[in-house]
Design a protein around this ligand. Structure first.
Ligand code: G
Ligand code: G
Ligand code: MN
Ligand code: NA
Length: 250
């Protein structure tokens, strides 16, 4: 089978899963969010990472159907947790460029929220800098519609793409996610960049989260710099839903 055929089959036969990685708020010490990360549980090959199949899914357009499934599944799961009485958290979903540029995106999201019963305030969409920086008027309208709906939007991998400060002031973005590369090398320059992004986010009334937090040193540095949230192996790797309940409070 070609990988495209396999991807279609995977969708049909329910081989996709979402794992979730906790996002911790620093002032409360609580888990306030979960990033949904797609996994392909292949019957013969085992777990396949998204980097190995998302590019093809994008090329073939299958990413739209897969993305719809991800959105629906993440909202549904979050509602299940809320209905169990756990403290509500935000679920973050990664969007690919094709998904974000669909004309029907906002309506589709409204529909999914209505069907699953999840409140829009508990859904966050992650887009990348390059996705936000093209076709200004259309993107601005989409982002405003999402804001009016109550859905949160964050910029993923911030600092690695082509951001323009103009867009950051123009677009209703709730949060910047500092790319993990800036934490990896503890050189003076990277620390200065992390500090600047935190400071800028707060000046622009956005929240900021650091990704790829792996060590206590990074945790201490980010705490000292008043980063709002953190995500990374220091707290937890992405986990299947059943293994996550230990992070919830009732
Ligand atoms: O765990 P990690 O290997 O899960 O993720 C690798 C990359 O795949 C990340 O850049 C992430 O943004 C992307 N990714 C994970 N899940 C999804 C998804 O549901 N949709 C899209 N478009 N990208 C995803
Ligand atoms: O691009 P995006 O930020 O959506 O991708 C998240 C990716 O980062 C996933 O592949 C996830 O498994 C990975 N990841 C999450 N936490 C850590 C971490 O602490 N260190 C490293 N190296 N990768 C991480
Ligand atoms: Mn992400
Ligand atoms: Na990222």
């Amino acid at each position: 089978l070609t990988m495209e055929t396999e991807l279609r089959k995977a969708l049909r036969e329910g081989q996709f899963e979402l794992h979730y990685q906790p996002q911790k708020n620093l002032s409360s010490g609580k888990v306030v969010g979960l990033e949904a990360l797609l996994r392909w549980n292949h019957p013969q090959k085992g777990y396949i990472a998204p980097a190995e199949f998302i590019p093809l899914a994008e090329k073939t357009g299958l990413i739209i159907e897969i993305g719809d499934w991800v959105l629906y599944e993440a909202c549904k799961q979050n509602k299940v947790w809320q209905d169990k009485g756990y403290d509500p958290v935000t679920v973050s979903v990664n969007l690919s460029a094709k998904q974000f540029h669909q004309r029907s995106l906002v309506d589709k999201i409204k529909e999914i929220l209505a069907e699953t019963g999840l409140s829009p305030y508990y859904l966050e969409l992650e887009i990348t800098e390059s996705m936000a920086m093209s076709n200004e008027d259309y993107i601005l309208k989409t982002l405003k519609d999402l804001r009016d709906l109550g859905v949160l939007v964050s910029i993923d991998d911030f600092g690695t793409g082509y951001s323009s400060f103009k867009y950051l002031s123009l677009f209703p973005i709730t949060k910047l996610k500092i790319d993990k590369m800036f934490l990896k090398d503890e050189q003076r320059e990277n620390k200065a960049i992390v500090k600047s992004i935190i400071h800028m986010s707060h000046s622009l009334n956005m929240k900021v989260i650091a990704e790829g937090v792996e060590t206590m040193e990074q945790f201490n540095f980010l705490t000292q710099e008043r980063c709002d949230e953190m995500q990374g192996f220091y707290f937890s790797k992405p986990l299947p839903p059943k293994q996550l309940t230990k992070f919830f409070r009732v």
